[in-house]
Structures are given as structure tokens and as C-alpha cells.
Design a protein around this ligand. Structure first.
Ligand SMILES: NC(=O)c1ccc[n+]([C@@H]2O[C@H](COP(=O)([O-])OP(=O)(O)OC[C@H]3O[C@@H](n4cnc5c(N)ncnc54)[C@H](O)[C@@H]3O)[C@@H](O)[C@H]2O)c1
Length: 383
């Protein structure tokens, strides 16, 4: 098989997402499996060109993984003779200008979400990419999680009958940083640095709801900053200026009501860190990251409210696990493979910068809804 090399400028690979999910679990994993077969006898071989702010960190990282290309200059990386794709996993605030530079250099674009900090900026990026004729994609990893793939399978198979409602619970306790180290970066809790629960998670909820259940038509959000002061990576206290919890109610096409609670100040009493319960006339499902359980209309118990008696049945045991019926790979890697094939073979790819902009739109409207205390329509977007 002949090898087709494709250079990917990877920015933000010293960060949590850039390193673990994108470099190690996606691009290096594709190399470990021998490349990505293109179906025509060729194998695609991704060649990372690491770019970032710290030469020492990049050099160490490159050495650790046997990589030969790294630089602290974005211009230099974009001018690399192998570079065809620009990938961005930087802090959200640094994204817009870097993507603009990459589009101007004629590179295909793949980026973490949110694609920008405002809807105007997100739409401008989508327009610029379209005008330049470059392929573009935004990470929508949750769509490729085993639990949500099983949920999609149920929707596609007509399991639910008429879908009535969705209940999402996301979150866990993020330590304040004083007593035990915080397990998320401090910028996440500062609005001035692009942090906040809504900006972080509403882009995910947009594509999960749009892509699996039905298009989002309105939003009402209530936000809170439950923990007003945290301690940063250097041990310094700082005021948490961003929302650390968001309680959202979304109306979907067809009158479906979705409620999603997102919080970094909640202790987990769930099977998984995110779970969505979908109730329909014919059956219900609870989907998490990996698992999905169902209860059909025909096996639905008839509980009777009587607080004077102890609970008579074990409700959890009345659900049935949906079998895998497939091999599931890492969701980030699956999406990378689809994007790479799109770039080199022209295979269809639907999760582009316009789809990414829809996530930013929902975040922006969610924040406005919380400020103004009212429900807002979510208008259609076009370029
Ligand atoms: N898809 C997902 O599930 C998911 C999950 C978490 C985060 N994210 C997104 O990924 C991006 C990175 O998040 P993370 O949690 O990896 O953050 P992180 O703080 O761990 O990493 C940020 C990266 O950006 C770089 N950077 C560039 N300019 C910077 C600046 N001015 N200040 C600080 N760092 C700068 C850092 O060096 C680092 O490589 C964010 O846009 C975030 O929204 C996505």
C-alpha cells in the first residue's frame, strides 16, 4: 500500500484536550494502527506539526512521542511544506485569530468547540472558510460516544414512538483548589478568559439535541456561580467571574421539551458523568457516555404513590441494557478519521464551522436569556 502523508498543524497540544484526546488518542493512535486506509490501496499518514507558546514543552512532547516537527511560530508552522490542515485546541480566546491566519494560508480547518467567543465571530470564520474553499470541521465528539450512538440507533429505529421530553444531567464536583487541586484549568472559571459553563457546554448540547432528537427552537437558561472564589494553578485565590452551573430548558421542534442541568458544583449520583433520559409514548431510554438502558411501554410498571409504605419495587432493575452490537472506537478519533477522509477523498462531512456556529449561537442566547430572565427563540442560521 502506498502512503499519503498529510501534515497537520496542531495548536494547543500541551493542553488537556489537545494532548490527550487529539494528539495521543486520535492522531498518534491512527499512526499506531498503521495509518488510515483510504479504500483505494492508499494509507493516509498524519504528520503532526506541533505549535505552541513554550519551546521547552513542545520539545519534550515531540521527544516523548518521536515527532520531528515543532515550532513556537504559527506562521512558520503554516508555511511548513507538509502542512495541509490546521487544528486548534487552544484556549477558546486564542482561537479566532489563529484560525483566520490558517484560512488566509489556505489550510483546511479543524477545531475544538466553541469555534469562537461570539456568534458573529463564529459565522465570520465559517464564511471565510467557505470563501477560501477550504474543508472545515468542528469537534462534536459526544455524537460519537457509544451511549449516544445507541440512543441515536433507538431514535432511528422508531423505538420511542412520539418523543415527549429529554432530561439531561451533566457535571461533577470540581475542587476549589484550596484543599485539593482543581481538576480543570482555572481559566474555565473566569469570564474574562473565555470560561463559563454555558460557553463550554451549550455548544455540546446544541449538536446532541439537534443531531439526535430534534432541532432546538428556543432556550431559557438560569445560571449560577455557586463557588465565587477558587484557587488557581499557582495557589493564588481568584474571583470566579463565570457561571459554574447552568440550568437550561430548551424547546425542540415538534414541542419536545429538553431540560439540561450542567454543574461543576454537584456530586455525582448517577451511573455516568452525563446522562440523558428520553421519554416517548412507546418507551424510554437513559443514555450515558458508554451505556444506554431502555424501558418499553409493555414493561412499564404502574407505581402507586403511597408515602406511608416503603418502596415496593426496584425501579432501576426494571430497565434493560441496549447491547453494543458494534465495536466502538474513541469518539474524537472516529471524527478525526471522517474529517481526514473528507479532506483527501471528498467524502461527505456534515459537522462544519456553520454547525459549530450553531453551538456558539445557543451559548450566546443562553447567556442572554440568563441575564434577561426570559425565554429566547433560536433563529435558523445561514451563511
Ligand atoms: N470537546 C470537548 O469535550 C472539550 C472538553 C474540554 C475542553 N474543550 C475545549 O478545548 C479547548 C482547550 O481546553 P483545555 O481544557 O484543553 O484547556 P487547557 O488550558 O488544558 O489547554 C489550553 C491550551 O491552549 C494553549 N494556550 C494558547 N494561548 C493561551 C493563552 N493565552 N492562555 C492560556 N493557554 C493558552 C495552552 O498552552 C494549552 O496548550 C477549549 O476551547 C475548550 O472549550 C473541549
Amino acid at each position: 500500500m502506498s502512503r499519503r502523508v498529510i501534515g497537520i498543524v496542531m495548536n494547543g497540544v500541551t493542553g488537556r484536550m489537545g494532548y490527550r484526546q487529539h494528539l495521543v488518542r486520535s492522531i498518534l493512535a491512527i499512526r499506531e494502527q498503521g495509518g488510515l486506509p483510504l479504500g483505494d490501496g492508499q494509507v493516509l499518514w498524519p504528520e503532526p506539526i506541533l505549535v505552541g507558546r513554550s519551546a521547552a514543552k513542545l520539545e519534550e512532547l515531540a521527544k516523548r512521542h518521536g515527532l520531528s516537527h515543532w515550532t513556537t511560530s504559527l506562521d512558520e508552522a503554516l508555511a511548513h511544506p507538509l502542512a495541509e490542515i490546521y487544528f486548534d485546541a487552544q484556549v477558546t480566546q486564542a482561537r479566532e485569530s489563529a484560525i483566520k491566519a490558517a484560512i488566509a494560508a489556505g489550510k483546511h480547518i479543524y477545531t475544538e468547540k466553541p469555534t469562537a467567543e461570539s456568534l458573529d465571530a463564529a459565522l465570520e470564520l465559517a464564511r471565510l472558510a467557505r470563501a477560501a474553499g477550504v474543508c472545515n470541521g468542528a469537534v462534536q465528539d459526544k455524537l460519537f460516544l457509544p451511549g449516544l450512538l445507541k440512543l441515536k440507533r433507538l431514535v432511528d429505529g422508531g423505538f420511542f414512538g412520539r418523543i415527549l421530553s429529554v432530561r439531561g444531567e451533566f457535571g461533577y464536583w470540581v475542587f476549589e483548589g484550596d484543599w485539593q487541586d482543581a481538576q480543570r484549568p482555572s481559566w474555565n472559571y473566569r469570564a474574562e478568559d473565555g470560561g463559563g459553563m454555558i460557553l463550554d457546554m451549550f455548544p455540546h448540547w446544541r449538536y446532541v439535541l439537534d443531531g439526535i432528537i430534534a432541532p432546538v427552537r428556543s432556550v431559557y437558561a438560569h445560571t449560577a456561580t455557586h463557588i465565587p472564589q477558587r484557587v488557581d494553578e499557582q495557589g493564588r485565590p481568584y474571583p470566579a467571574t463565570a457561571d459554574d452551573a447552568a440550568y437550561g430548558v430548551f424547546e425542540l421542534e415538534g414541542g419536545i421539551v429538553a431540560q439540561v442541568n450542567s454543574s461543576w458544583a454537584v456530586r455525582v449520583d448517577r451511573d455516568e458523568l452525563v446522562e440523558f433520559q428520553v421519554d416517548g409514548t412507546e418507551g424510554s431510554a437513559v443514555a450515558g457516555l458508554r451505556n444506554c438502558r431502555i424501558q418499553h411501554r409493555g414493561s412499564t410498571p404502574k407505581p402507586v404513590w403511597n408515602p406511608d409504605l416503603p418502596v415496593t419495587e426496584s425501579f432501576r432493575e426494571q430497565w434493560q441494557q441496549v447491547p453494543d452490537n458494534a465495536e466502538f472506537d474513541n469518539g474524537f478519533k472516529v471524527q478525526w478519521e471522517l474529517f481526514l477522509k473528507h479532506v483527501v477523498t471528498g467524502a461527505p462531512y456534515q459537522w462544519d464551522l456553520l454547525e459549530g456556529a450553531k453551538g456558539v449561537q445557543l451559548a450566546e442566547l443562553g447567556l442572554r436569556s440568563a441575564r434577561e430572565g426570559r425565554r429566547l427563540d433560536v433563529p435558523e442560521l445561514s451563511l
